[in-house]
Design a protein around this ligand. Structure first.
Ligand code: NAD
Ligand code: MG
Length: 390
């Protein structure tokens, strides 16, 4: 039996992971499930899957969780330390699918135990890629990418020599506003941004798809995960979302990963790796699909992509600044404090203010330094949003 833990079990990736586990219950022992506000769902799944432990990230919800689990054998816990304790419990495989930089510390803890880490939490690689890779190496743990583009690249690289790789192309659907005239973007609402043309995902990543901050994070994630040069990484808009990524080799060959937009493919690939097992995803009918189209990823429409290039060039802790600023600016947009196009403005301004002290960016990439600079970037983002409102 494979012992598994899911961080962010109540979210979109977590639920898709449970869907796969639920199809073959005998094969798995669920160690821990974690969530935050959705206590009902967390308790329901912990009971259904006979988990040892359920953890809510919010200490204020512990009593609710205890009550929801009363009379069952599932232990209840809450708060950041409880998350770390859950990550340190022996498991063979851990899904890291918390949204945001809050996913970093538990993922690192799991790697320190030698646990195989299925990584949906792209923020971990953006904030602390070198730390993630060195921790995995030091403890003999593997990191399996779950972001569909990175899973696609990983699969296209199986059996290949990295020295033969010329470029990596990741695709973007273009999100909710890809066909909107640029002039209309200033008035785009959070509700409009939170509807995705192809993928069914959590609210935050869906809005990040509309702003392309999701793709910006993924460009950085590609650099960190595969340790290739920024100049070798491209993004292209592909509205059908059937090709997830392509790897270009020095002989001119492009290896594409093609499949319907269903995260259960990438999750299942990471769950069964290195084997390939049958997965409940739709089989693509190419004739029915008819055509696949591509457009440039326009940096005027989506300034997040330009900012990602700047972050990759700056290196160090700038990825952590970029991510934290984006997380706060996204909160500001969801709360209607700032407009859609101001998300990128806030992030750019935070990058410029924090990077003015080069020492901040060049400090060692440790968990403490990432946490500190994450706080600093959030504070700056709040200041800038207050300036914009004023
Ligand atoms: P979601 O919003 O649906 O779920 C987020 C999960 O994290 C929930 O379980 C929530 O309770 C938990 N959570 C939220 N804030 C937390 C905090 N501060 N501390 C601890 N737990 C917290 O998000 P999602 O769409 O499932 O995305 C999860 C991660 O996977 C993100 O990093 C996202 O970028 C990545 N990802 C998602 C998809 C997708 O299809 N949804 C695809 C690729 C990558
Ligand atoms: Mg992705």
């Amino acid at each position: 039996m494979k012992r598994i833990t899911i961080f962010g079990a109540t979210g979109s990736i977590g639920q898709n992971t449970l869907d796969l586990i639920g199809r073959d219950r005998e094969a798995y022992k669920v160690v821990a499930l974690t969530g935050e506000q959705n206590i009902e769902k967390l308790a329901r799944d912990a009971i259904t899957f006979d988990a040892e432990l359920a953890v809510t990230a919010d200490p204020g919800r512990l009593e609710d969780l205890r009550q929801a689990l009363s009379g069952t054998a599932v232990q209840a816990a809450a708060g950041p330390e409880a998350l770390i304790e859950a990550a340190s419990r022996p498991a063979d495989w851990l899904m890291s699918s918390i949204v945001g930089s809050a996913g970093l510390a538990p993922g690192l803890k799991a790697l320190e135990q030698g646990t195989s880490l299925a990584l949906a939490n792209k923020e971990s690689m953006v904030c602390a890629g070198p730390l993630m890779l060195s921790t995995a190496k030091a403890h003999g743990a593997s990191i399996l990418p779950v972001d569909s583009e990175h899973s696609a690249v990983f699969q296209a690289l199986i059996g290949e020599d990295m020295s033969a790789v010329e470029r990596v192309i990741i695709t973007a659907s273009g999100g909710a506003f890809r066909d909107w005239p640029i002039e209309n973007l200033a008035n785009a609402t959070p509700e409009q941004a939170a509807t995705h043309p192809n993928w069914d995902m959590g609210q935050r990543i869906t809005i990040d798809s509309a702003s392309m901050f999701n793709k910006a994070l993924e460009l950085i994630e590609t650099r960190e995960f595969f340790e290739i040069e920024p100049a070798q990484i491209e993004a292209v808009v592909h509205p059908e979302s059937m090709i997830h990524a392509l790897v270009g080799f020095r002989d001119g060959a492009l290896m594409a990963h093609v499949g319907p937009p269903d995260m259960r493919h990438a999750i299942g690939f990471a769950l069964h790796y290195p084997e390939r097992k049958t997965l409940p995803v739709e089989r693509l009918d190419l004739v029915k699909l008819g055509q696949m189209t591509f457009r440039p990823a326009d940096e005027t429409r989506w300034p997040a992509l330009r900012l990602a290039r700047e972050v990759m060039a700056a290196g160090g802790l700038s990825g952590a600044v970029f991510n934290a600023a984006k997380e706060r600016a996204l909160d500001g947009f969801i709360e209607k404090r700032i407009g859609f196009q101001q998300i990128a403005r806030v992030v750019e301004e935070v990058l410029s203010r924090v990077s003015a002290n080069r020492g901040h960016i060049d400090a060692a990439i440790t968990l403490d330094n990432v946490i500190n600079i994450d706080h600093l970037a959030r504070t700056r983002a709040d200041e800038i949003m207050t300036e914009i409102e004023g």
